[in-house]
Design a protein around this ligand. Structure first.
Ligand SMILES: C[S@@+](CC[C@H](N)C(=O)[O-])C[C@H]1O[C@@H](n2cnc3c(N)ncnc32)[C@H](O)[C@@H]1O
Length: 286
């Protein structure tokens, strides 16, 4: 899922953007927490979260590195900084996270300042991804690591059994994002993350993909994420001009909540979604 605009409209497809981000994060929560645990970030380490969104990942990362750790969470959108500050006030890790407005492409930190850099679902939005990754390397201490998380490097499955329609919806989404992404789609940019990291001089890159699989009965978060974020927002009216009449009708029959054919109302419904960690060690590290 993408923000599409640097300063996204407050409500697109009916849901305020911070809520969309939170649902996306919560939908993946158990698998993300397991994948973060697998990273074995050192207890008491200092990290940087670039493009922190609503701050849920910063919160989970702070839990993973324990009470002596510290995270600087930055976002170039002041509204997201505000969202994160508000969220963290209600958590036990607030004093271990500093939230600031900042741009991942031009960090204000000194060289070799952090033990790890985390950047989730952000890099594909940045045109100078190679320069940004070099900036991440600059602030990384020897032995540190850079974790780039990207969702849906593998196309997702939200309409099992409707392969052609789902492909058309994915094609239309790519076309919709064309204005922001330019000649190389977000999907292509995500898939090229490894190549981009190599171009930035990173080596020893590990690729780890986790699959989020849900089936009926769906938990409330999965139900809300799929209906309101995937079906109503991502595949909502914004895609109408990019689909044939027949595909739009089929999409509406399967995806509208009140439709008698609503796919989410079926007792055999399941979905699959993935996210990928691209993990690199700092150049010159041990
Ligand atoms: C799709 S959201 C992901 C947010 C969060 N990391 C997550 O996974 O939920 C992308 C975020 O990156 C931020 N962002 C985009 N480009 C950025 C940049 N160059 N520097 C800092 N933040 C950036 C946006 O403002 C937005 O909050």
């Amino acid at each position: 899922m993408s923000e599409h605009h640097t300063h996204a409209p407050a409500a697109e497809g009916g849901l305020p953007y911070p809520m969309t981000l939170e649902l996306m994060n919560r939908f993946q929560e158990p698998e993300v927490l397991a994948a973060i645990a697998d990273l074995q970030l050192p207890e008491g380490s200092h990290g940087l979260d670039v493009g922190c969104g609503v701050g849920l990942y910063a919160q989970w990362l702070a839990d993973a590195i324990g009470p002596d750790g510290h995270i600087l969470a930055i976002d170039h959108n002041p509204e997201r900084v505000q969202d994160t500050v508000q969220r963290l006030q209600r958590t036990s890790v607030a004093d271990r996270i500093t939230v600031q407005e900042g741009n991942g492409t031009d960090l204000t930190l000194p060289d070799k300042h952090v033990d790890w850099v985390w950047c989730a679902d952000v890099l594909h939005h940045i045109d100078d991804a190679v320069g940004t990754l070099r900036e991440f390397q600059r602030v990384l201490r020897p032995g540190g690591c850079i974790v780039i998380k990207e969702s849906q490097v593998l196309p997702s499955l939200f309409l099992p059994g409707y392969l052609d329609l789902e492909r058309e919806l994915q094609r239309a989404e790519i076309q919709f994002q064309h204005a922001e992404a330019g000649p190389r789609s977000f999907q292509e940019r995500r898939q090229r993350t490894c190549q981009t990291m190599c171009e930035a001089g990173l080596s020893h890159i590990t690729v780890r993909t986790s699959v989020v699989q849900r089936q009926v009965p769906l938990d409330p978060v999965a139900q809300q994420y799929i209906q309101q974020v995937i079906f109503d927002r991502n595949w909502g009216p914004r895609l109408r001009p990019l689909l044939s009449d027949a595909d739009w009708e089929r999409r509406s029959a399967l995806c509208e909540p009140d439709s008698p054919e609503s796919i989410l109302a079926r007792s055999d419904y399941y979905c699959m979604y993935s996210f990928t960690f691209f993990i690199a060690r700092a150049v010159g590290s041990s």
